[in-house]
Design a protein around this ligand. Structure first.
Ligand code: ATP
Ligand code: MG
Ligand code: MG
Ligand code: MG
Length: 562
């Protein structure tokens, strides 16, 4: 492609409504233009990147045994009424009437459409399993379309749906798709995590979100580097805390879990009858003579009855000076400079302590306003992990790492939610009719493009991972009026194209600096600069990601970036 002919209107300034780097840069670099809220024109550079993203998805989905189909975007209301979602899906679904006053929707997802196809065409267990996917437009009237391509009202999704004879086979395919998605995002050069997630609108019992790690992400996730556990923060908070080894039987003994109805620090304050500001206190729970738990609540003034209700233990007292010293390794007065108060010792058995922990201790309000490194040294306490539940791995107890992320893909086990509602059945080996067991698997294709930019940019522009770059190489003749430079640049360009490498040549009669700026902004991974040194038989290759420049002999120029 010749830059002189390329429709890539680059801009010096970001659009006023752009808040995050991908939105700013995709507009500035001429990949997208806004048409209206949540609606974007995709320009040639954008289409090139999307096609590469789609190619990777197609190759991996096909390799995993899925087959591509293309279903209508116009969804007849009857199917959605059958599944029971016509009235419950909500305002995100764009509904309209045709000229005969029949109701339709613009598809926000396609479980109904695919289930209708499969129920009509597949009758026997011999035809199962089957996994069908499509890549196309989806429509969701998002309440707040924003962040450019991240949250649009019209966007491209790859959606796949699988049908099985039983739960085991559906589960096998679920993990097949899990592996496939991992390969897809790895090939795209993205830093991502697959996290356990809620099932949301689509329904079903189990799901994983694929999150691209980025500070601007709308989602929050936690992961454990020790055992590989990863979950959306929401999901992790619902998880049962890890049971320390050897404690299983103890946990089993606990029949009743105390869960005070508290959601915020103010609720706790209300419960104890004190102001929130006086709640930043330290409690050491001594169980079986060891300080197991630290809870930053308590006050000399707190009514004893209220406290025993909160802790659900009867025997407690304030720490003696010796105990303060023993459990904190500090002089008793050490807490006063930071106005924390006096440690409280609650003498309970391990079982009671665990009871407390599995109740209120799992909520994290006791950590607010306290900076462990600053106010206390964590190591001074015994096994803090056991009470901090929320920020420890529920599988192995190691510390969890919390990040923000962008949901680029989502896989679900659907079970028979749709097949039962829509009578999508097959005849099994014994001649009996049974509903098919389903799974569904989505990737936000346009969102992937934005997410990739969130992870790959610098102050000069985008830095595309090679696999999804609109072009892999840009050849830049410094002075197009110089015949020698142009001739060499053209030869390199043609050589690369012959090798099947997507190459752009900036043949515009513009200042070199102007062309370099555009090249960096658009973010093509390799630039080959053909300047004066060409008379010495040398051209320069710049690696966009590192900014590193390498002089190479002309003879090698076309071979370099393969
Ligand atoms: P979100 O939580 O961001 O609203 P979702 O959970 O509603 O997304 P899914 O129903 O799981 O989305 O759809 C599959 C994929 O489609 C998502 O993982 C995401 O990558 C993409 N996607 C969803 N909504 C949008 C949107 N409004 N704009 C662009 N991509 C989207
Ligand atoms: Mg959504
Ligand atoms: Mg979601
Ligand atoms: Mg989702």
């Amino acid at each position: 492609m010749r830059f002189s002919r390329l429709f890539a209107p680059t801009l010096k300034e970001s659009p006023a409504d752009a808040e995050i780097p991908s939105h700013k840069l995709l507009v500035r670099a001429g990949f997208i233009r806004k048409k209206a809220a949540g609606l974007y024109d995709i320009l040639p550079l954008g289409v090139r990147t999307l096609l590469k993203i789609e190619k990777i998805i197609r190759e991996e989905m096909n390799r995993a045994g899925a087959q591509e189909v293309s279903l209508p975007i116009m969804h007849p209301s009857e199917l959605w009424i059958e599944s029971g979602r016509w009235d419950v899906y909500g305002k995100e679904m764009i509904k309209f009437k045709d000229r005969h006053e029949r109701d339709y929707a613009l598809g926000p997802t396609a479980e109904e459409m695919i289930t209708d196809l499969v129920r009509k065409e597949i009758r026997s267990y011999k035809q199962l399993p089957i996994n069908l996917y499509q890549i196309g437009k989806k429509f969701r009237d998002e309440i707040r379309p924003r962040f450019g391509l991240m949250r649009c009202r019209e966007f491209i999704m790859k959606d796949a749906y699988s049908f099985h004879v039983n739960v085991e086979d559906a589960e096998r395919e679920y993990w097949n798709m899990y592996e496939t998605y991992s390969r897809i995002f790895k090939r795209m050069g993205l830093n991502f995590r697959a996290v356990e997630a809620d099932t949301g609108e689509i329904g079903g019992k189990f799901s994983h979100e694929f999150m691209v790690i980025a500070d601007t992400g709308e989602g929050k996730l936690v992961y454990c580097e020790k055992c590989g556990y990863a979950a959306s923060t929401e999901k992790a908070e619902q998880a049962e805390p890890a049971i320390p080894q050897g404690r299983e039987s103890l946990y089993k003994e606990i029949e009743e879990v105390y869960t005070p109805n508290v959601k915020s620090i103010d609720d706790v304050a209300g419960f104890l009858g004190v102001g929130a500001s006086s709640l930043a206190k330290l409690i050491v729970i001594v169980a079986d003579n060891k300080p197991y738990a630290i809870l930053l609540r308590g006050d000399r003034e707190i009514n004893e009855l209220k406290l025993s209700r909160l802790l659900k233990v009867k025997d407690f007292r304030f720490a003696t000076d010796e105990e303060v010293k023993k459990f904190t390794g500090q002089e008793p007065g050490f807490l006063s400079p930071v106005n924390i108060g006096v440690p409280l010792i609650v003498d309970v058995s391990v079982a009671e302590m665990v009871n407390f922990y599995t109740g209120s201790g799992r909520k994290d309000y006791h950590l607010k306003n306290i900076n462990w490194g600053r106010d206390f040294s964590v190591e001074q306490f015994y096994d803090v992990a056991e009470v901090k539940g929320g920020d420890r791995c529920p599988r192995c107890g190691a510390p969890l790492i919390e990040k923000r992320g962008i949901e680029v893909g989502h896989i679900f086990k659907l079970g028979t939610r749709y097949s039962e509602a829509m009578n999508c059945v097959f005849v099994d080996e014994s001649g009996k009719e049974r509903p098919m067991v389903m799974g569904c698997y989505g990737i936000g294709v346009t969102r992937v493009m934005a997410a990739a930019v969130e992870q790959n940019y610098d102050k000069w522009g985008i830095i595309w991972p090679v696999a999804i770059a609109p072009f892999e190489v840009e050849v830049i003749p410094v002075n197009v009026k110089d015949n020698k430079q142009m001739e060499v640049a053209e030869n390199i360009y043609k050589g690369l194209i012959d090798k099947g490498i997507d190459t752009l040549i900036d043949d515009r009669d513009e200042r070199a600096g102007f062309k370099f700026k555009d090249a960096d902004l658009i973010g093509i991974p390799y630039q080959i600069v053909v300047g004066k040194k060409v008379f010495d038989g040398v051209v320069e290759v710049k690696i966009r990601r590192t900014g590193k420049k390498i002089e190479i002999p002309l003879t090698q120029a076309a071979q370099l970036v393969i």
